[in-house]
Structures are given as structure tokens and as C-alpha cells.
Design a protein around this ligand. Structure first.
Ligand code: EPU
Length: 337
């Protein structure tokens, strides 16, 4: 295990923001991770765990040790008549796992194609897209306690999954390092085509009988048409969560703005934050080095040399305008560092 000093994190986060790690190490096994944590304790370094860097906004340099997790491997743990359990190393790229599962004809991940980031980060915020969330295919995860260096297993209930939420963003924040995730996939597909434009894209592609491959291709096509590629323009996907408001408030807004999209959820009506931002006049706006994506207003972008502070300031201006115009508080989905 090698420790480097004063390393720029610009290529390691999808926002492409140039902040530095005081110390930096890549770990590719559980033993190396334990070694890095022990060393940090001895030197009294703060520890920051980095996965794919696709859901963080760096507003400062990071003191202490940044550990880039590269624990790899996809193992078939158990095969039943209709289902199978796979264990996946935290450092595998999520999209690579999805593509591998499709080549194996394992169903369940196809709607989650092209989501950036690593497998280890995926349960942290219960990633989701096109009507499917990781909790729908989740069996358990394995995590190392940062202080005791003991391994613990968490089932779905222990993870307390919510909309872009889990216990690892709340009460257990910064206490564990997720080292692998066990997923329950299916040999018989159960397609989810009702959300968004999936059906239309399949039809436009001339697909009459969908398959895991053609659904994955359709999702990739939809995402590529709306979401900027972080390799070309810095971003972290959706910057805010879609807020849930009381039904009465939604009815009042609907009479003033008939086109406002809302979807019933357990706690009220979930409103499309992208619509709110667009109708507060922010879609496609640029302020210096940063801005709001022209094709999807929920995505904030870094045109190259933007700083975390600039993105943060932009997000606060958007929050203030949305609150003033619609009386709704937008909450960031991205983690500010
Ligand atoms: N909309 C607008 N203007 C915009 C953007 C969206 O009016 O600029 C409206 C659309 O008309 C549509 C609605 O908002 O009716 C929903 O838009 P979309 O289907 O693009 O999805 P989203 O709610 O904006 C969520 C997730 C995405 C996920 C998509 C598809 C969140 C915060 N975001 O976005 O996840 O890919 O649904 O399932 O829940 C991410 O978390 O990083 C992410 C990209």
C-alpha cells in the first residue's frame, strides 16, 4: 500500500473540481484497507473514503488520508431455481456490473444502466432510476467498522433505505466502510417499462419483445440524451432530490401552474425538482465557470475551472428562487464536503 502526498482530486470526482488530498492511497483488498485505517489512527489522520466520486461536491482540500477503494470481484454465491445471489466488491464500477449481469442473463439491474459511481457507494444513497432502486435487488452488504476494524453485515432493514437515503448517510455516517454488496438477481426477467420514456424508446428502436439488452440500451439512450457525460462536462447527476409536498399545497400550485408534474408518494406528492428549477428561470443559465444543464435543469455543471464554492453558491441561488416562487425547499442530493 502506497501513500502519496498532495494529490489533486480533480480526475477522481465527476464534478472535476481541483481540490487536493493531503494524503492519498488506493486500496485493493480488505487487508490493505485495515492497514490504511490503522496507519491513519497512528498518525491521527482524518479518513475520507472515495468511491467513484460521482455524488460529492468538494468545497475544500481534504486534510488527512483519502482512501480510494478498489476492492474488485463479482462472485456467484448461491444459485436457486429462479434467483441467484452475487457478491460484488465495493470498488467495481456500477455500470460494469450492470453490463456483466446482462451478458450473464441475470435480470434486475437493467433499468439502472449508466449510473455513475461504484458498487460500494450504491446503497449509501439507494441509487435509483426508471422505476427501480437498488433496494429492490438488495440482499445485504458487508462493511468494516472504521474504529474496531470488525466486519458487520447489514440486511435491507438495517440499511433503512429511503428515497436516496440510507442509515449510512444518517446515524451511521462515517462509521463504516462498505467493502462488498450482495444482490439478489433473477433468472426470469420482470421488466419495468412503465417509467419515463422506456416504452417509447423501445418502440422507436423497433423492439417488439424487450430483452435485458434492449431495455439497458434504451435506458442508456435516454440518459445520454438528457444527462451530460462527466468525461466531457463536470457534473454529479441530479443535484437536488425531488421534494415531497402536502397534497393541498400541490393542488394550489397545480391551479396556478397546470403543467407541474407530481407523483403520489407515501408522504404526499413528489414534485419534479427539474421542472421547478426550469420554471424559476434557471435552465441552461451560466454564471462564470458553472451553470445549470440546458437539457435537464436538475443537473448543475462545471464548465472546466469551476470551484466547489461556485457550485454551492449557484445551488443556494436556485434554492432561494424556488422557495420564493413555489414555497418549496429543495434539498441537495449531492454530499457537500
Ligand atoms: N423536468 C422538467 N424540466 C427539466 C427536467 C425535468 O420539466 O429540466 C420534468 C420532466 O418534464 C419530467 C420530470 O421533470 O416530467 C421528471 O424528469 P426525469 O424523468 O428526467 O427525472 P428526474 O425526476 O429529474 C430522477 C432521478 C434521476 C433518474 C431519473 C430517471 C432524482 C433526484 N433524480 O430525475 O437520478 O435518472 O429520475 O429515473 O430522483 C441521480 O440521482 O443522479 C439521477 C440522475
Amino acid at each position: 500500500m502506497k501513500i502519496q502526498e498532495n494529490i489533486s482530486l480533480k480526475p477522481l470526482t465527476t464534478f472535476g473540481i481541483d481540490q487536493k488530498a493531503e494524503f492519498f492511497s488506493v486500496v485493493s483488498s480488505l487487508d490493505e484497507l485495515k492497514e490504511a485505517l490503522t496507519l491513519s489512527k497512528q498518525n491521527q489522520w482524518a479518513v475520507f473514503i472515495l468511491g467513484g466520486g460521482s455524488n460529492i461536491l468538494l468545497t475544500r482540500d481534504i486534510k488527512g488520508l483519502v482512501i480510494k477503494l478498489e476492492i474488485k470481484g463479482i462472485t456467484l454465491v448461491k444459485e436457486e431455481k429462479d434467483q441467484l445471489l452475487i457478491n460484488v466488491g465495493a470498488g467495481e464500477l456500477w455500470h460494469d456490473l450492470v453490463q456483466f449481469s446482462i451478458t450473464q442473463e441475470w435480470a434486475g439491474l437493467e433499468n439502472l444502466s449508466l449510473i455513475p459511481g461504484t458498487v460500494g457507494a450504491s446503497p449509501m444513497q439507494n441509487i435509483g432510476a426508471y422505476g427501480v432502486e437498488i433496494k429492490d435487488v438488495f440482499d445485504s452488504l458487508q462493511a468494516l467498522h472504521r474504529e474496531t476494524l470488525e466486519m458487520h453485515s447489514f440486511d435491507s432493514e438495517a440499511c433503512k433505505f429511503g428515497y436516496r437515503e440510507s442509515v449510512f448517510k444518517q446515524t451511521l455516517k462515517d462509521q463504516y466502510v462498505i467493502t462488498s454488496v450482495t444482490l439478489r438477481l433473477s433468472k426470469t426477467p420482470n421488466y419495468h417499462l412503465e417509467y419515463g420514456a422506456i416504452r417509447e424508446v423501445l418502440a422507436a428502436n423497433g423492439i417488439k419483445q424487450p430483452s435485458l439488452r434492449t431495455i439497458s440500451d434504451a435506458v442508456i439512450q435516454i440518459r445520454q440524451s438528457k444527462l451530460p457525460d462527466p468525461k466531457e462536462i463536470g457534473n454529479a447527476g441530479s443535484f437536488f432530490k425531488n421534494p415531497t409536498i402536502p397534497a393541498t399545497q400541490f393542488e394550489t400550485l397545480k391551479s396556478a401552474y397546470p403543467s407541474i408534474p407530481g407523483y403520489p408518494s407515501t408522504a404526499g406528492i413528489k414534485v419534479a425538482a427539474g421542472w421547478l428549477i426550469e420554471h424559476a428561470g434557471w435552465k441552461g443559465k451560466r454564471i462564470g465557470n458553472v451553470g445549470v444543464h440546458a437539457k435537464q435543469a436538475l443537473v448543475l455543471v462545471n464548465y472546466g475551472d469551476g470551484t466547489g464554492e461556485e457550485i454551492k453558491a449557484l445551488s443556494q441561488q436556485i434554492q432561494a428562487d424556488v422557495a420564493k416562487k413555489f414555497g418549496i425547499d429543495l434539498q441537495p442530493e449531492v454530499n457537500f464536503i
